[in-house]
Design a protein around this ligand. Sequence first.
Ligand SMILES: Nc1ncnc2c1ncn2[C@@H]1O[C@H](COP(=O)(O)OP(=O)(O)OP(=O)(O)O)[C@@H](O)[C@H]1O
Length: 621
Amino acid sequence: MSAYTAGEAFGFARQQRVVDSPDEWRDLDRAVWHWVMAHGGDEATARAAAWASHAEGQGHSALPLAYCDSSGRRVLDDRQCDALARSPLVAAVQAGDAPEARPLVLDGEHLYLLRNHRAEVDVARALRARRDAAHAPRSPISDADLRALFNGSWQDAEERQRAAVRQALGRRLMVLTGGPGTGKTTTVLRMLLGLSCEHHAVTGRLPQLRIAAPTGKAAQRLAESLRQGAERLHGGAQPIGAEWLPHLGAVLTADAATVHRLLGSRGRHGGYAFNAGEPLPADIVVIDEASMLDLGLLRALLAALREDAVLVLVGDADQLTSVGTGSVMMDVVQALEDDLRGDLVRLSHCFRADVALVPINEAVRAGDVAAFDAAIGAATVHAVPDVASLRRRLFAWARDLQAALEAVAITTPVAANHQRALAARLAVLRRQQLLCALREGSFGATQAAETIAARLRAWEALAPWSGGAWYPGRCVMVTRNDHAARLYNGDVGVCVLVDNGAGKPLLQVAFEPAPDASSAIRETTAAGLRLLDPTTLPPHEDAFALTVHKSQGSEYDRVAVLLPPDPASPLLVRQMLYTGMSRAKTVVELWALSEVTKKALSTRLARHGRLANRISASRHG
Ligand SMILES: Nc1ncnc2c1ncn2[C@@H]1O[C@H](COP(=O)(O)OP(=O)(O)OP(=O)(O)O)[C@@H](O)[C@H]1O
């Protein structure tokens, strides 16, 4: 789209041509330039506004006045910065609210689009209020209770888990962070039991509990882990006392949903059914994978919460931030770490049986090149300098995938009610996964998935389906929410051959249980695995290779992380590498040149904005 057509889309066609339109600007940024010029702004303000829009497109909530373009040149000179403060379209403030609504806000050394400024201010204010509302618990948890909640165990390695459970009581905000396998979910379950007990002591009734995550898949995983954990607590070698059972019941019957669904999203511009005027009927809300929350969604969530509700944010603050604006989990953790009050617990001990990957993940998390070199033996490294070598890797990968599909007899029909056989086929999705830093291009996930699919289809056992789009073993990921089908962006399914006892077996796509089915419902639907006709699926794509972004919240036995051979790629950041590699449970492969890996290791993704400062500003009002 040219600058003119972008402008036309906004209803102000045939304006001046954008002066010096930088190559990096998107059509939207140019449209913002036109909007400012059409509304009485000067050239400097229009330019700054377009750059603020561009920065938002990169995930920043604000444009620092010293912002540099990709060639390292400042995008606004001193004269332009001075002009901004005098512009009628700009509200200049020194921290805090903009006194009047103007489209741009100059807050100290940062320029904001108004909505991002409001979101930052509102989120910080709500979080500060939640922090300040902490009080001594009515029914503090005893060491005996803690021991009971941890199955009679009292190890040093569990101290922070116990601290998290103890410290959550009496608060309106609790944040739990830690890497994979550090026991976040295990701790959340105990925390919920403690919070439920406290709620009962204060109100005389059990709490209304809601659990959610930014994606359906993550919500489903949390619900399932909590259910399994609750069963172990109830039926293990040292079952918890009868006094806990009503609270366990509250956890077991809690609905799990995406955050959008929790808030009653009415679509892109329709707002939410639950908001400040119509608060969410919930006493305790747990959000897992909170690193995927963006600024706008956290603002909506905080607005919808009742003042006396407890919000528990759980996630790995070192993972990639959301694709949207801001890096809220990272900022919240930083602010709470700067002002320790017990409402943040960072777990660090890995409890997994297989800890071989812990040192390398820790080295990547910390960006420690020496520790990474020392731990690299835990990973398999393949240098992939060009398309030909990538192709060879992909072929070998497809061969292994074929072997995994063969092992579950993917081309043999299975009865629709044979849950075990269906679950075995579905489990292939968690066996091996290729994760790519890029989406597009010859090193991107789309092309890699195509190459793997083409190679797989050359398998003679799949010949009967050679004419169609669907074949047994095709793995797909849903790319758009379909609330009616209870399928959500990020859900993965595998195509299976189903014998329904009425003639020719049918191709169906198997998915795990719906995330927003309560556990009671899940139990009545024979383990809840869903079989759907391929023609009824919402938009989807092949899932043989995914971007690292899309893999957040999932784990696989074996992971290969593919990095592009160009060290200058802007997506090569430490959080991306950490997120990708830490998805592996037992085997991790790096398909990358060593200089590219080092570049990613030593580059920390930082998003511009002032949320962390605003939250920590509590002591100054
Ligand atoms: N205190 C503990 N004692 C024994 N095992 C534990 C303890 N805490 C966690 N585990 C075990 O460690 C494994 C990981 O725990 P959990 O799933 O709670 O971690 P997590 O941080 O939520 O992991 P992920 O981020 O990968 O979902 C599980 O097998 C769990 O049973």
